[in-house]
Each structure stands twice: as C-alpha cells, then as structure tokens.
Design a protein around this ligand. Structure first.
Ligand code: FMN
Length: 387
C-alpha cells in the first residue's frame, strides 16, 4: 500500500537540514509562480476560460459549499486509495486530465513527454490529448508501466479518426476518451483580445503531422509547407457528434470508450445505453461554455443516472480536499487539470509529479484524520451542501 501522506514527513525532515521545497504545495502559490514561468500568452490560454469566466470560477469555488463530517474511533492507520478501472487496479483515484497545451507548457516545449514521465513517476494515469507536441506513440512509451488513456478530438474525416484510434490501440493506450464538448472553440476573451490561438500557429499538432492519413491529405509535407498543413488541420478538426455516432465508435475499437463532457443525467443514461464504458462528468474547466453550473454540483445526479457505470470527474480540482469531496459524491476517478500543467511549467516531469503527490498526500491525510480508511468509507460518508 502506498502512503501518500508520507510526503509530509519528507518535507518536514528535509526542513531540519535547511532544505525547503522547490515547488509550493498549495494551488494559489503554484498558479502565481506558473503564470510567471509561462509568460502572458501561454498564461492566457491555460488560465483563460469562456465569457466572463464565471462558470470556470464557480467550478473551483463551489467545492467550498460541500463539507464532510469526520468519524472518530476508526482505525485509519492503513488507508487504501486504490481503484479498479477498465480491468486495471490503479494505486490512487487521480488521473491527469487531457490538456492540449502540455507540449508548450514545459520549458523545453516537450511537455507531453514530461507529463507522461510524471505519470510513470507517480502511477497516476495520463490521459494524453490529441493536441500534442510529440506523437502519441512516444508519449505512451514515456508513461512506463503506468497505463495511459488517449483523448480523441474526433476529426471530420472518418479515415483520419480511424487512423488516430488505430495508432492509439497499437501504441498500447488502455481507453479511448472521446471529448464531446469541443467540436467548436468556446468564446475566450483573453485569447481573443490577444488574437492568440496556439494551434493556428502550428503548435501542438504533431499527432496530425505524423499521421499517414493526414499527410495524404496534403500536397506537400508539413515540414515543407506548415501553413497549408495548419489550414488542413483547421478544416478537418471538430466533427459534430450525435448519439448515432456511438455505433461507429463501438464498431471501430474494442478499447473502453469514455464520453467526456457529460453534465446532464439524461445524457449519462443515454451514454450508458449506447454502450459507453465510463461517463466523464466535466465542463472542460469552464473553457467551452459560460453560464453553466459548477460541475461538482452536477456530479451526484450524473452518478445516480450512470448506475453501475463508472463516472470520471474533472473541473475545479485544486487540492486533495477537492478530490476527496468528488469521490464522496460518487466519482470513481478524479481528473487533475490545470494544477499539473502548472507543475510542468515550473519543473517539467518532476514539477508535475510534485503537484500530483501533494494532492494525493492531502487526500490521504484527510482520510486519515476523518476516519475514512478506504474510498468505500469516503463514499459512504458522502458530502453535504452547506449553503
Ligand atoms: N480537454 C480535452 O478533452 N482535450 C484537450 O486537449 C484539452 N485541452 C485543454 C487545454 C487547457 C489549457 C485546459 C486548461 C484544459 C483543456 N482540456 C482539454 C480540458 C481538461 O481536460 C479538463 O476538463 C479541465 O482542465 C478541467 O478544469 P480545471 O483544469 O480547471 O480543473
């Protein structure tokens, strides 16, 4: 059993030798330092959201109106945070949400590789985005023994979609996460005011540029004519999906299919009926649509509707406490988004691993103090609305 909370002793013991942590353990300091490291244009892309960012802000703020009640006289000296998902046992309930800017976030511009190495270091599975600076095969190899998942932005060209899925299968990814909420980009004032959209500048498109089907659509290879390749990418990105498309996904792959972006219980039920292997409750961190409801406030209903099908969750996770609340409300696994990308910006693979370990340490110690030795106990205890 891994005792994630032991990180606390490491930090205090190092302090006795005058060694302070290289990176912060709290989100506010992490965010501030990462913004300095990223610079203005990457910061606006990573930190920015849709509209006036109310939904994005609410995603994180809403965790504060959920509270947990501790139980005493419970032996919590041993904790088990492991979960079962897609036939594999993971040491913790965290995963790294797909972030299509990881590639640019680390100082060497190979942030997808660094994220994969952070996954190998921590055992926290990495959901690799279609948008990356390194091909998905190399990214998978860098995940080591930790299973990885591939997130698909479904292209309009079916042959290209099939090619990306085949490559993910052959590379050994263990699940296909299909993002439903991003066939078109939401209205993002920070990026619009700076007229900045990284993909149109040729960033994070390596999965396309290395794809044989994508390359066959071009007159000249991307290395020779990047502008034409970017134009072709823009023309092929973003298939509008409907429930009828599930039959095609099921026919084209045997990988477990996870539908990302589900917020309504009826959609959760429909996803299960159509054969989804997991429902991924997320509003894309508030980047795609404003005027919504914090995802944590929608989670319980989605979990109820999904029945026995596992529910993955992200949007607003900033700490171990947030993660435990999401687990208490029924999530099987909890996705960390911006925080680990900020870790990449500050310290590459080690920086991202530090952020994940900090979140796990806080979660583990919270469970220890609150009398929840297992995730089943967390779920049983639940969380209460406090407003
Ligand atoms: N979601 C995807 O499904 N695919 C992506 O490529 C992707 N890229 C993202 C890029 C950035 C900069 C950010 C911040 C989010 C991105 N997301 C993407 C959404 C995340 O997977 C996740 O839903 C979101 O980050 C959760 O919100 P949080 O980071 O505020 O907790």
């Amino acid at each position: 059993m891994t005792y994630f909370g032991a990180m606390q002793n490491e930090i205090y013991n190092a302090g006795l030798k005058g060694i302070l942590p290289t990176w912060p353990v709290d989100f506010a300091t992490l965010e501030q330092r990462a913004h300095e490291a990223l610079g203005p244009s990457l910061t606006s892309y990573v930190a920015g959201g849709c509209g006036d960012e109310h939904t994005q802000d609410q995603n994180a703020a809403a965790f504060h109106h959920w509270g947990m009640v501790p139980r005493m006289m419970v032996d919590c000296s041993e904790r088990d945070l492991s979960i079962e998902l897609f036939g594999h046992r993971y040491p913790s309930p965290l995963f790294m949400a797909p972030i299509g800017l990881n590639g640019e976030a680390s100082q060497d511009r190979h942030g997808d590789m660094a994220a994969a190495r952070a996954s190998a270091l921590t055992g926290v599975p990495f959901c690799a985005s279609t948008l990356a600076n390194d091909p998905l095969e190399d990214v998978k190899a860098a995940c080591g023994d930790t299973p990885a998942w591939f997130q698909l932005y479904t292209p309009r060209n079916r042959e290209l979609a099939t090619s990306l899925i085949r490559r993910a299968e052959e590379a050994g990814y263990k699940a296909l996460v299909v993002t439903l909420d991003t066939w078109v980009t939401g209205w993002r004032p920070r990026d619009l005011n700076a007229s900045n959209f990284p993909q149109l500048r040729g960033k994070v498109l390596q999965n396309y540029f290395t794809d044989p089907v994508f390359r066959s659509l071009l007159t000249r290879p991307p290395e020779e004519d990047p502008a034409a390749a970017i134009f072709t990418w823009a023309a092929t990105f973003g298939q509008v999906l409907t429930w009828d498309d599930m039959e095609w996904f099921k026919s084209v792959t045997k990988l477990p299919i996870v539908l990302k972006g589900i917020c309504h219980p009826d959609d959760a039920r429909r996803a299960v009926d159509c054969g989804a292997d997991a429902v991924y409750c997320s509003n894309h961190g508030g980047r795609q649509a404003n005027g919504g409801i914090a995802t944590i406030d929608l989670l319980e209903d989605v979990v109820k509707a999904a029945g026995n099908t596992p529910v993955l969750f992200d949007s607003g996770i900033r700490s171990g406490t947030d993660a435990v609340k999401a687990l208490a409300l029924g999530a099987r696994a909890v996705g960390v988004g911006r925080p680990y990308t900020y870790g990449l910006a500050l310290g590459g693979a080690e920086g991202a691993a530090w952020v994940l370990r900090s979140i796990l340490a806080e979660a583990d110690l919270l469970m220890a103090v609150n009398g929840y030795p297992t995730l089943a106990d967390v779920r049983k205890a639940g969380a209460r609305r406090t407003d």
